[in-house]
Design a protein around this ligand. Structure first.
Ligand code: CTP
Ligand code: MG
Length: 247
C-alpha cells in the first residue's frame, strides 16, 4: 500500500453563473437541501489525508460564503480558507495556487486537487482515486468516454477523429510542485485554459492519466441542471444522460 499523499483541495466558486440565469452566483443555489458550494466542499472533505481546503470566492460573495459555512459546514475536518478569485477560471486557479505556494514549496502538500464548485455530485471514491493516480503518475483527470464527437476541416468537411476521446470533468489532481511551476510559467503569457489539465499540458512535462469519471458528476451550467442535481441528491437516482444536447 503506497503512503497516503498529503493533499490540498481547491474548490472554485469565483464565477458568476451567468448561464444559469438566476442573477446570482450559481454556487450558492440550493440542491438537495444545501448549497452547491457546500456540497462540493463536503465531497472534497471526504478525502483521507486532506491537509488544506481552499475555497475561491468572488469579493461580492465573501459574507455570503461565511454565513453559508456557518450554517451548513460548521465542523469541517480542516478549516475552509477563502481566497479571492480572478477574472477567469485560470486566474482563480492561479490565486489559489499562490495561496498554497509556501506549503507546496515547503513539501507539506504533495498533491493538489482542483474542483469546480459547479460539480457538486462527485463521489468520495472518485476523489480518492484521482489523488492516488496523481501521486503515482503526476496528474489525473476524470472523464467520460465520448463516442459522438466529430471534427471538421477548414473547408467545412467532416474529418475522422483518431483515437479515443473523453469529456473531461473535475476534480483534477496533480503533483503539487510541478503544478505550481506550470502556473508560474503561464504568468504573463496570456494563457487561459478551460481546465487545469490544459495549463499542465502546456507548461509542464507531467504525465496526466485518465480516471473513469461519473455520469452524475456533471457541471451545473444551464437552468435545467439545477433541478437534475437536486433530484439526484434527493432520490439517489442518476440524472438522465444529458449529452449530446438536442439541437
Ligand atoms: N470560476 C472561478 N473564477 C472565475 C470563473 C469561474 O472560480 N473567474 C469557477 C466557477 O465558479 C465554476 C467553475 O469555475 O465553479 C466552472 O466555471 P463555469 O461553469 O463557467 O461557472 P461560471 O463562470 O460561474 O458560469 P458562467 O460561465 O455561466 O457565468
Ligand atoms: Mg464561466
Amino acid at each position: 500500500m503506497p503512503p497516503r499523499p498529503a493533499a490540498a483541495a481547491v474548490v472554485l466558486a469565483g464565477g458568476s453563473g451567468v448561464r444559469v440565469g438566476q442573477g446570482r452566483n450559481k454556487a450558492y443555489l440550493p440542491v438537495g437541501g444545501r448549497t452547491v458550494v457546500t456540497t462540493s466542499l463536503r465531497a472534497m472533505a471526504t478525502l483521507p489525508g486532506l491537509r488544506r481546503l481552499v475555497l475561491v470566492v468572488r469579493g461580492d460573495d465573501v459574507a455570503l460564503a461565511e454565513r453559508t459555512f456557518a450554517s451548513e459546514f460548521a465542523d469541517p475536518p480542516v478549516p475552509v480558507e477563502l481566497v479571492l478569485g480572478g477574472v477567469t477560471r485560470h486566474g482563480s486557479e492561479e490565486r489559489a495556487l499562490r495561496h498554497l505556494a509556501p506549503a507546496i514549496r515547503a513539501g507539506s502538500v504533495d498533491v493538489v486537487l482542483i474542483h469546480d464548485a459547479a460539480r457538486p455530485l462527485c463521489s468520495p471514491e472518485l476523489v480518492a482515486a484521482l489523488v492516488q493516480a496523481a501521486a503515482e503518475h503526476g496528474g489525473a483527470v476524470p472523464g467520460l468516454p465520448a463516442d459522438d464527437l466529430a471534427a471538421f476541416g477548414a473547408d467545412g468537411t467532416v474529418v475522422p477523429l483518431a483515437g479515443r476521446h473523453i469529456r473531461v470533468q473535475t476534480p483534477q489532481a496533480f503533483a503539487a510542485r510541478p503544478l505550481l511551476d506550470a502556473y508560474e510559467r503561464a504568468v504573463g503569457t496570456g494563457f487561459d485554459g478551460t481546465d487545469t489539465a490544459a495549463c499542465v499540458e502546456r507548461f509542464s512535462s507531467l504525465q496526466v492519466r485518465f480516471v473513469p469519471g461519473e455520469p452524475q458528476n456533471f457541471k451545473i451550467t444551464y437552468p435545467s441542471d439545477v433541478g437534475l442535481a437536486d433530484q439526484f441528491l434527493r432520490t439517489g437516482r442518476p440524472a438522465p444522460r444529458r449529452r449530446p444536447r438536442q439541437p
